[in-house]
Write a protein that binds this ligand. Structure first.
Ligand code: ADP
Ligand code: ASP
Ligand code: MG
Length: 440
């Protein structure tokens, strides 16, 4: 069985929902993971922000607008009156939930419940559409089987176990629809897999059922060699290895949620990226194989903070780095890049929640320099196959860029540089012009 995930744009209009139905209804059994309709999660985040600051009037205004948008969708999506009524009820239920928090108690649990309504609505509307067109379809509630543990990490063991139970409980059919993104946490509350998490849902389900293939259907014809939102002339990549795709996703390629690759890789399940608007294009295929074409692509991750600890007295001392790392461990803050010299160590983090406390403790080791608003630019490929001259090619390409840190040799798949975010676009474009698009 295949698992197909359709993103926000793919289900973002009546026309696109009908296109997705045409695409999937080929008589082959499959699981279909859907995101919320495009823009919905952003609207729900905004609504939560207004509720959070007790701006009730503006929250209600935005809720009203979103509800109206969905009423228009429902009026155009179905032909049969009873489906229009059933869909209206879906909207009423979800919007009642959202409205109930405007005046009530608001906390993280409430916020997650509000955010979940986007996927709950899109999947219920889509299931009704499939049924109206006579397609044998069952809605599998993701909240019945998707789990995260106390560290907010997907609980693959529980997911595998739960999904079997859910399959036995719900009617057998050809098409199974489920929600991306949403899950339950250890406390049994509604939670989610972070923004863009529907890709991760598809990969987790694919691994749990040992799917034949995981397909991520989106609004572009596959993985490009650079970020098309910032760079001209990006090119589609036909094949990527799991390792290459994982590095790119982790370091900011928005087309895939950062954790998507690992579950698929663990079961050696191919991941195919496809364009819902251009289904005949073969897209990008991600497998265990690398096609050995040297430098493949670059990606950028924003919101990085660089911390430099300068300590002539202690740095080379036995145990110094261990002590530094322990501070980050204590505040459960992962380190992305690290670079050392005789007198200083620089490292980067992407989560500033505990920055003040971390700095308080690091001060004991020496003087600190902190630079916020940095971006990691990650250059990925099977770099060993580039053999000699790889590093010089990268540095020549970045001649004009003030590089803050470099990391090379950590894996054979990536070289990363840290630049101030104001220089990100220029850096990405320089890499496309001088490195990626110049390969013979
Ligand atoms: P979906 O809603 O389908 O999940 P996303 O917006 O999350 O879609 O991901 C697709 C978008 O990712 C593309 O429209 C593109 O702008 C962006 N993107 C960023 N980096 C890349 C890349 N390297 N290759 C392809 N798309 C990328
Ligand atoms: N709807 C969620 C988001 O916008 C999840 C997803 O689209 O993958 O982040
Ligand atoms: Mg996405």
């Amino acid at each position: 069985m295949k698992v197909l995930k359709f993103g926000g744009t793919s289900v973002g209009s009546v026309e696109n929902m009908n296109a997705v139905m045409q695409q999937i209804a080929d008589g082959h059994e499959k699981i279909v993971v859907l995101s919320a309709m495009a823009g919905t999660t952003n609207s729900l985040v905004e609504i939560c922000n207004y509720i959070g600051v007790k701006n009730k009037a503006t929250a209600l205004l935005h809720i009203g607008r979103l509800e109206q948008k969905y009423k228009t969708v429902v009026s155009e999506l179905y032909k049969q009156e009873d489906n229009k009524k059933a869909a209206a009820l879906v909207l009423e239920n979800s919007f009642d939930v959202i409205k109930s928090y405007v005046s009530g108690h608001f906390n993280k649990d409430a916020e997650n419940t509000i955010l979940a309504q986007g996927e709950l609505i899109s999947t219920k509307l889509f299931t009704l559409l499939m049924k109206e067109h006579g397609h044998n379809t069952t809605l599998l509630p993701a909240l019945d089987f998707m789990r995260i543990d106390r560290d907010k990490v997907a609980d693959q063991y529980a997911i595998k176990k739960n999904i079997k139970v859910v399959f036995d409980k719900y009617p057998k059919s050809t098409y199974y629809i489920t929600q991306g993104f949403i899950c339950k946490n250890q406390a049994g509350e509604i939670d989610n897999l972070q923004r863009g998490g529907s890709d991760y849902t598809a990969s987790l389900i694919g691994a749990a059922i040992r799917a034949e293939e995981i397909q991520i259907w989106t609004d572009i014809d596959g993985f490009h060699n650079n970020d098309p939102r910032f760079v001209d002339n990006t090119q589609k990549i036909d094949y990527l290895s799991f390792n290459e795709a994982a590095e790119l996703a982790y370091f900011g390629a928005k087309i895939l949620h950062p954790q998507t690759v690992m579950p698929a890789k663990s079961q050696n399940i191919p991941v195919r990226l496809k364009n819902t608007m251009n289904p005949s294009d073969p897209g990008t295929l991600i497998t265990s194989e690398s096609d050995g074409k040297g430098i493949k692509a670059v990606a950028a991750k924003d919101g990085i903070t660089a911390i430099k600890i300068r300590s002539g007295r202690m740095l080379m001392a036995y145990g110094f780095l261990k002590n530094v790392f322990e501070v980050f461990e204590e505040y459960t803050t992962p380190i992305d890049m690290i670079s050392t010299s005789e007198v200083a160590v620089s490292l980067t983090i992407d989560n500033n929640d505990n920055l003040e406390k971390i700095m308080e403790e690091l001060k004991l080791f020496g003087s600190l320099e902190v630079d916020k608003d940095q971006s990691i630019i990650c250059i990925v490929g099977d770099i060993i196959k580039e053999e000699k001259g790889f590093a010089s090619k990268v540095f020549n390409a970045l001649d004009d860029i003030p590089i803050r840190m470099i990391s090379y040799g950590g894996s054979r798949y990536n070289i990363s540089v840290l630049v101030p975010t104001v220089h990100k676009q220029k850096t990405l474009q320089a890499l496309s012009n001088n490195l990626l698009n110049n390969q013979e």
